[in-house]
Design a protein around this ligand. Structure first.
Ligand code: IMP
Length: 188
């Protein structure tokens, strides 16, 4: 069973659902009278996006991007490339980036730079999780679900080697699952 690989449940399904609803309510208030484009970062943000958007009452558009690092080590190279770009133009639009977890901050840093260059009306970030202890570049989500400790977490869209995304809760992965590697798994 997938759940056998979990060391500890950090956030239950109920805790996540309650917080996601609160975030959506706050976003609804802030975007009153606007039609934001929710830009979700594939693949990890899809579960969060699908729950968040169903609590949103302002009209929204949805688009997706997928980024990857150059070379094998995301963290040392820090250079990202686009695997899938937005389908529609975001010029003059209010963009809300939907991210599963902010870790080193590199993904968001590059994405925000890239979006700002497209002359958007505004850009903000909603992240479900934040691991501030691992930050390499200064980025801060405008809306945040939960701060988490420096541990590798899976579930609710987050994976290790493409597994565990379907767990309804967020848990810490047992270190023996990625034993033999001296760093936490490279998530991209
Ligand atoms: P960053 O560019 O280092 O901020 O990393 C962001 C991406 O790395 C996230 O969108 C996740 O896909 C992935 N990631 C970072 N930490 C974790 C984790 O603990 N579990 C699963 N994926 C993670």
């Amino acid at each position: 069973m997938l759940t056998d690989d979990i060391q500890e449940v950090l956030l239950t399904e109920e805790q996540i659902a309650a917080r996601v609803k609160e975030l959506a309510q706050q976003i609804n208030r802030d975007y009153e009278g606007k039609e934001p484009v929710l830009v979700a970062i594939l693949n990890g943000a899809v579960v969060f996006l699908s729950d968040l958007m169903r609590h949103m009452t302002v009209p929204i558009r949805v688009d997706f991007v997928k980024w990857a690092s150059y070379g094998s080590d995301t963290r040392s190279s820090g250079v990202m490339r686009i695997l899938k770009d937005l389908d529609e133009s975001v010029e003059s639009r209010h963009v809300l980036v939907v991210e599963d977890i902010v870790d080193t901050g590199l993904t968001l840093h590059y994405l925000l730079e890239n979006l700002r260059a497209r002359n958007v009306a505004s850009v903000r970030v909603v992240a479900l999780l934040d691991k501030p202890s691992r930050r390499k570049v200064q980025v801060k989500p405008d809306y945040l679900g939960f701060e988490v400790p420096d541990a590798f977490v899976v579930g609710y869209g987050l994976d290790y080697a493409q597994r565990y995304r379907n767990l309804p809760f967020i848990g810490i992965l047992k270190p023996e699952i990625y034993a033999g590697r001296d760093t936490p798994p490279d998530p991209v």
